[in-house]
Ligand binder design. Sequence first.
Ligand SMILES: [Zn+2]
Length: 106
Amino acid sequence: MSKTVDVTGRLRKMPADAGDPVSYVLAVGDARVPLNELIGKPLRFDFEGVIRCINCDRITKKSFSQGFCYPCFRKLAACDTCIMSPRSAIIIWAPVVNQSGARPTA
Ligand SMILES: [Zn+2]
Protein backbone atom coordinates (compact mmCIF):
# COMPACT_ATOMS: atom_id res chain seq x y z
CA MET A 1 0.00 0.00 0.00
CA SER A 2 1.45 3.38 -0.97
CA LYS A 3 1.20 6.44 1.18
CA THR A 4 0.24 9.71 -0.51
CA VAL A 5 1.81 12.92 0.72
CA ASP A 6 0.25 16.08 -0.68
CA VAL A 7 1.88 19.36 0.33
CA THR A 8 1.71 22.79 -1.23
CA GLY A 9 4.06 25.70 -0.82
CA ARG A 10 7.38 27.08 -1.79
CA LEU A 11 10.22 24.66 -2.13
CA ARG A 12 13.08 25.59 0.20
CA LYS A 13 16.67 24.50 0.48
CA MET A 14 16.75 20.83 1.47
CA PRO A 15 17.64 20.29 5.12
CA ALA A 16 19.76 17.25 5.91
CA ASP A 17 20.89 15.75 9.18
CA ALA A 18 24.26 14.09 9.32
CA GLY A 19 23.96 10.49 10.40
CA ASP A 20 24.26 7.02 9.08
CA PRO A 21 22.45 7.23 6.76
CA VAL A 22 22.05 10.97 6.20
CA SER A 23 18.41 12.06 6.72
CA TYR A 24 17.00 14.24 3.96
CA VAL A 25 13.85 16.32 4.33
CA LEU A 26 11.81 18.05 1.65
CA ALA A 27 10.92 21.53 2.90
CA VAL A 28 7.75 22.79 1.21
CA GLY A 29 6.15 25.84 2.80
CA ASP A 30 5.72 24.98 6.48
CA ALA A 31 5.64 21.22 5.79
CA ARG A 32 8.63 18.92 6.24
CA VAL A 33 8.48 15.60 4.40
CA PRO A 34 11.05 12.96 5.37
CA LEU A 35 12.56 11.78 2.09
CA ASN A 36 14.58 8.72 3.08
CA GLU A 37 11.45 6.59 3.28
CA LEU A 38 10.47 7.78 -0.22
CA ILE A 39 13.70 6.77 -1.93
CA GLY A 40 12.86 4.67 -4.97
CA LYS A 41 9.22 5.74 -4.96
CA PRO A 42 7.63 8.06 -7.51
CA LEU A 43 7.41 11.77 -6.63
CA ARG A 44 5.48 14.39 -8.51
CA PHE A 45 6.12 18.13 -8.42
CA ASP A 46 3.82 20.68 -10.03
CA PHE A 47 5.24 24.13 -10.78
CA GLU A 48 2.55 26.80 -10.70
CA GLY A 49 4.53 29.15 -12.92
CA VAL A 50 5.35 31.80 -10.32
CA ILE A 51 8.69 32.36 -8.61
CA ARG A 52 8.52 34.38 -5.39
CA CYS A 53 11.43 35.73 -3.38
CA ILE A 54 11.90 33.80 -0.12
CA ASN A 55 12.70 37.07 1.68
CA CYS A 56 10.27 39.73 0.43
CA ASP A 57 7.67 37.58 -1.39
CA ARG A 58 8.09 39.63 -4.60
CA ILE A 59 7.33 37.84 -7.87
CA THR A 60 10.52 37.48 -9.88
CA LYS A 61 11.34 36.02 -13.28
CA LYS A 62 14.53 34.45 -11.94
CA SER A 63 15.78 33.57 -8.48
CA PHE A 64 19.27 34.14 -7.14
CA SER A 65 21.20 32.42 -4.35
CA GLN A 66 18.61 29.71 -3.84
CA GLY A 67 15.42 31.74 -3.88
CA PHE A 68 16.00 35.50 -3.60
CA CYS A 69 14.90 38.24 -6.00
CA TYR A 70 17.68 40.36 -7.47
CA PRO A 71 17.25 43.36 -5.09
CA CYS A 72 17.37 41.03 -2.04
CA PHE A 73 20.28 39.15 -3.55
CA ARG A 74 22.17 42.45 -3.84
CA LYS A 75 21.40 43.79 -0.35
CA LEU A 76 21.18 40.84 2.05
CA ALA A 77 24.20 39.63 3.97
CA ALA A 78 22.85 36.08 3.62
CA CYS A 79 23.56 36.34 -0.11
CA ASP A 80 27.05 37.72 0.27
CA THR A 81 29.82 35.79 -1.40
CA CYS A 82 31.50 34.99 1.92
CA ILE A 83 28.26 33.36 3.16
CA MET A 84 27.43 31.49 -0.05
CA SER A 85 31.01 30.50 -0.81
CA PRO A 86 33.35 31.03 2.19
CA ARG A 87 36.33 29.71 0.26
CA SER A 88 36.12 32.60 -2.19
CA ALA A 89 35.74 35.32 0.45
CA ILE A 90 38.06 38.28 0.32
CA ILE A 91 39.93 38.78 3.57
CA ILE A 92 40.99 42.33 4.36
CA TRP A 93 43.81 42.55 6.83
CA ALA A 94 43.65 45.53 9.17
CA PRO A 95 46.85 46.92 10.67
CA VAL A 96 47.56 45.73 14.19
CA VAL A 97 47.36 48.56 16.69
CA ASN A 98 48.30 48.30 20.37
CA GLN A 99 46.31 49.87 23.22
CA SER A 100 48.05 53.25 22.85
CA GLY A 101 46.91 53.40 19.23
CA ALA A 102 50.40 53.03 17.81
CA ARG A 103 51.43 50.26 15.44
CA PRO A 104 53.79 47.85 17.14
CA THR A 105 57.29 47.83 15.78
CA ALA A 106 58.58 44.61 14.31
ZN1 LIG B 1 13.25 39.80 -2.39
